[in-house]
Design a protein around this ligand. Sequence first.
Ligand SMILES: Cc1ncc(COP(=O)(O)O)c(C=O)c1O
Length: 440
Amino acid sequence: MSALNLKNSLEMQAKGAALIPGLAQLLSKRPDMFTRGVWPCYFRRAKGVEVEDLDGNVYRDFSIGGIGATVLGYADDDVNDAVKAAIDLGSSSSLNCPEEVELAELLVSLHPWAGMVRYCRGGGEAMALAVRIARAHTGKDAVVFCGYHGWADWYLAANVGTENALGEHLIAGLKPAGVPRKLSGTALPFRYNNIEDFRAAVSKAGDDLAAIVMEPIRNFEPTAEFMDEIHRVAKAKKAPLIIDEVSAGFRLCNGGAHLKVGWRPDIAVFSKALGNGFPMAAVVGKPEVMEAAQSSFISSTNWTDRVGPVAALAMIRKFIRVDASKRLVATGAQVEEGWTRLASQHGLKMHIGGIKPMLHFSFDEDNNVRRAYFTQEMLKKGYLAAANCYAMYAHTPEMVEGYLAAVDEVWSELAALVKKGAVASKLEGKPAVSGFQRLA
Ligand SMILES: Cc1ncc(COP(=O)(O)O)c(C=O)c1O
């Protein structure tokens, strides 16, 4: 099938790359992560599951779903109506908006172990805020953690003076350039479900343990022993357990995934889904820990805007009303079953993982070339598709069927090309890139 017209998209990318270092503000939205030269990169319009690029090509999105931010779907009418009304009332003034209090009440009612809430607007920012609160609360510095938690210094400090401590934590190749070398030893990684690793990190932290940071779930369920050990150490060392719900929150249930998985956090951190695409983040915690936010200076002008809390209130109310988590899990299950069946049918060996609403796959061999080919051919069939699939409430079972029918055709062609060793020769753009590196 012939290539799409991407004239305007490619011109904008060339301009963007010259003016914006790395082209995009988020690694996961860079075209090289998919297939540069073929991935449209910019959008003009997005509604429901549909995205229109700058050249008028329209796609159904079965890729990163706004990288998990738009859990209900793009430009959701209920959230948009609430936000439009808030804009007309005034989105900012010298006084605070009462929706901050209303949202705190709602978040605490969904997470009854908690009692207080602070806000900011980004996930990595909220994690930095949570770690600051924990350090202020304990008067200690060392953080043991597992998984990816954003761009801030406290986190990238793990790679200061180490080869690549973060290499096993979602994004490889994160260089600590610009992070003070003196932070070396303040962020100590451990692997999920690995008790020995966790104990080693805690032992390195010694008497200086300020917090234990982890996601509630990413690829696997936590084992009971692992959870017990984390809870035991947090209690014994009086180190707040910070559960990062930035990606997992509001997908598996009405609130943090920790509610479903069984974690007992001191702080839980939300962003992404919370505002359904409008910037919003919340740090929810036990009052005795959250009070430390008063002893540390944590303050920012744009954290007081009205759009964020209003969007979050509308998102949560709709999420609960329509029982969105049920649909997200069902959509993910349908996609996972389809991927598994089709991979086996076409003899493509691959690993499939992730929680149902946030699935991913990787080909066992030649992954970056094969996934670039997959994306390229799916675009021609009208799908934004990648090696990740984030479910949105706007996806219907019929849409998933259509998507899987397209996957079937593309994987059939791919399997034939694999046999001939000819996949790379069919790429119209560049192979996908894994991990963090400079945009070439
Ligand atoms: C678990 C987790 N924490 C933190 C972040 C960082 O959030 P943001 O990109 O909003 O800064 C992410 C982003 O993917 C994440 O998945």
